[in-house]
Design a protein around this ligand. Structure first.
Ligand code: C2E
Ligand code: MG
Ligand code: MG
Ligand code: MG
Length: 286
């Protein structure tokens, strides 16, 4: 397209950049209304326990039902929300929505499910976050051990003292802590010694070719062993094939999450799939 435009290509790109900037500004403005207009929704992706073949936990993944652009994925607005600082209010909404869901599941067949929520480093900066989580659990009458918090390794690079304190306080409440996207961050392993971690989630990039590539298989096995020797459970992310499931099961991985089991689903669809037993591939049971 730029080539066709020949001499005008410079102008073309400039306009493109202005368009993108306009779109960003517009999206940021929309984002400021989204909470008040109740436009966010949580989808839930089940995690399969490979030992019991049960689903005891789901990850909450946010979506934005944008009035004109349709359903937006987190990649399309979370980075923007982190820049503007709106992420803190969004995070509080996520915690509240997750706790309300847990409360709704009480006295139903789903009452033993745990929900994992994602929090970015920016959200952990907020001094009042832990109090908010404690108050929300209490207000909804939900035991803290039903809630899990997923954090990426970024929190072990900056503000380490502060973050360690936040995690300790969360852990004291009884909230479980998971390290998300494990293996692709730039942090040192020392934090596994210093932080109270319950769960490691092996990044999808190691799982994709784990049955074809020797190096990915070696890394995955090593992470599982490392975690287990530290008393930490392991989740494999992005599991899409039965071969991957068999590999992970044979090497003692505790849980798997990925399209093989289910895509992230609205709560009603998750409940229906659980009820109909649709989330257990035949091979997981053997
Ligand atoms: P994540 O926490 O690592 O979540 C896993 C992502 O991988 C999800 O993308 C999920 O839909 C996708 N996924 C799951 N299984 C498969 C699979 O088998 N194959 C492939 N190709 N993908 C799979 P999603 O929902 O678009 O979320 C992207 C990221 O956005 C999340 O990565 C998380 O870092 C962030 N995010 C999501 N919800 C929230 C939230 O409420 N707050 C914050 N701060 N971040 C969130
Ligand atoms: Mg996550
Ligand atoms: Mg992840
Ligand atoms: Mg991620």
């Amino acid at each position: 397209r730029a080539k066709e435009q020949g001499r005008n290509s410079y102008q073309f790109y400039t306009e493109g950049m202005q368009d993108r900037e306009m779109m960003r500004l517009e999206l940021d403005k929309d984002l400021s209304q989204a909470l008040a207009n109740d436009e966010f929704v949580l989808f839930f992706q089940p995690q399969l326990d490979l030992q019991s073949s049960e689903i005891n936990s789901v990850e909450a993944l946010i979506r934005w039902q944008h009035p004109r652009r349709g359903l937006l994925s987190p990649a399309e607005f979370i980075p923007l929300a982190e820049e503007s600082g709106r992420i803190n209010d969004i995070g509080r909404w996520v915690v509240m929505a997750a706790c309300q869901q847990l409360a709704r599941w009480k006295d139903t067949p789903y009452e033993n499910l745990r929900i994992a929520v994602n929090l970015s480093g920016r959200e952990l900066d907020d001094e009042n976050l832990v109090d908010h989580i404690r108050d929300t659990l209490k207000a909804e009458g939900v035991p803290a051990n039903r809630l899990e918090v997923e954090l990426t390794e970024e929190i072990f690079i900056q503000n380490i003292e502060h973050n360690l304190n936040q995690l300790s306080r969360l852990r004291q409440l009884g909230v479980h802590l998971a390290i998300d996207d494990f293996g692709v961050g730039y942090s040192s392993l020392g934090y596994l010694r210093d932080f109270p971690v319950d769960l490691l989630k092996i990044d999808r990039s190691f799982i994709t070719d784990v049955t074809e590539r020797h190096d990915d298989a070696v890394i995955t096995r090593a992470v599982i062993n490392l975690a287990h020797n530290l008393g930490i459970h392991v989740v494999a992310e992005g599991v899409e094939t039965e071969d991957q499931l068999r590999f992970l099961k044979s090497h003692g991985c505790n849980l798997i999450q990925g399209y093989l089991i289910s895509r992230p689903l609205p709560s009603e669809d998750l409940e229906m799939a659980l009820e109909k037993g649709l989330l257990l591939p035949a091979n997981a049971v053997n």
